[in-house]
Design a protein around this ligand. Structure first.
Ligand code: SF4
Ligand code: SF4
Length: 141
C-alpha cells in the first residue's frame, strides 16, 4: 500500500505456483485470442492448431500435456505470455467476485496469491478501482 492509494499488489501478487495452468482442460480462446496467439507464436494458423490447440466443435482450447496447459513450464511459467488468452490475463481477479462472496471464497481458496488479511469489503473496493484502471487486466503468470 502507498499512502492512501491502494494498488493491485495490496490484494494480489502472483506467486507463480502454476496451479491455474494445471488440470484436464484450459480456458477457451475466442477469435481475438486465436489471432493474437498465432501472431505471437509466428506460426501459420494450421501449424498453431496442429501443435497447440484442442478443438471440440466450435470450442478452441489449448492442449493439455502432463496435466497442464501445453504452454506451461515449471521454470519459466507461461511460455506464450504475450499471446495468452484474455481469460488467462484476467485470472484470478474475476469481476464476479465483486458481487458474489461465495465466488470470492472459492477463487481465493484455489489461488495462494491473494492477500487474505484484507476483508471482503475492502478487497472489493480495491478490485473495483483496479478494474477501472489499466492495472486490473493483466496479472498472473
Ligand atoms: S494466479 Fe494464483 S494460482 Fe495462478 S500461478 Fe499465480 S498464484 Fe498460482
Ligand atoms: S496460456 Fe499461459 S497462463 Fe494460460 S493456462 Fe496456458 S500456461 Fe497458463
Amino acid at each position: 500500500m502507498s499512502g492512501n492509494r491502494y494498488q493491485l499488489s495490496d490484494i494480489f501478487q502472483c506467486v507463480r505456483c502454476g496451479f491455474c495452468c494445471h488440470g484436464e482442460t484450459t480456458v477457451s480462446l475466442d477469435e481475438k485470442d486465436q489471432a493474437r496467439m498465432i501472431r505471437v507464436l509466428g506460426l501459420s494458423p494450421e501449424e498453431t492448431r496442429r501443435r497447440y490447440w484442442r478443438i471440440t466443435g466450435s470450442v478452441v482450447q489449448m492442449k493439455i500435456q502432463d496435466g497442464h496447459c501445453i504452454f506451461y513450464d515449471g521454470e519459466a511459467g507461461c511460455t506464450v505470455h504475450a499471446g495468452r488468452p484474455w481469460r488467462c490475463r484476467q485470472w484470478p481477479l474475476h469481476p464476479s467476485m465483486l458481487h458474489d462472496a461465495a465466488n470470492y471464497q472459492a477463487i481465493t481458496a484455489s489461488c495462494p496469491g491473494f492477500n487474505k488479511d484484507i476483508g471482503y469489503d475492502l478487497f472489493c473496493r480495491i478490485l473495483q478501482a483496479c478494474l477501472e484502471s489499466t492495472e486490473g487486466g493483466d496479472q498472473g503468470i
